[in-house]
Design a protein around this ligand. Sequence first.
Ligand code: SF4
Length: 230
Amino acid sequence: MFRGWQKVSYIEYPGNIATVLFTGGCNFRCPYCHNPELVENYSIFPEIRAEEVLQYLEERKGLIDAVCITGGEPLLWKEELLPFLIKIKEQGFKVKVDTNGSSYSSFLSFEEIVDLWGIDYKVPLSSYHLVQGEKEIQSVREVLREALKFPEKVEFRTTIFPPFHQKETLRGMAEEIKSAHTWYWQNFNPFKTLDKEAQKVTPYSFSLLQKWQDEVNREVGKDLVVIRPS
Ligand code: SF4
């Protein structure tokens, strides 16, 4: 299940010191994905045993506050991940889980134990074919709807990729999640991508994103959009 491990992070769980685990594999294919090996070829990375992580955390109680699970798509590993996270909670750590929203039933299974969600909201719901997620669109819709019932527990996130996102696209997406607490925008980084063609795309300038951020926030009447460094 786990194919990467950043033992300490000061940014992944806001206000907390976290350890971050990366699961292998994903059912989407976002052209701009910056973790291509983890998505398509994760067996090249040695597997990290859950017992090793639990032992590490046991020895660091009071030093580490939270465990963040990212990927890949973590919820593909529901059968293994759920019992692991139950143990993590028993040890007293907070839990953050990232998801692309492709499995509503798994999302519901994890709802009780997750303290903070990172939910990808990739493109408008009518455009999920762009990330090869058209089969999962109903699930994504339901995950977004469910997550908006507890917005303080959710970070919505979008990688701003110029071929997919123009100002009007982002305004439309904002309308869908305007009751969210925070919607993080992360600028696309062409350095390493799942689709090599994506490396030819020039990211938007930071100042343009800031301008759009201001416009969207003004329209929704609050500081919904926060730009994260890429
Ligand atoms: S960006 Fe996320 S959802 Fe998209 S392919 Fe990469 S890991 Fe999967």
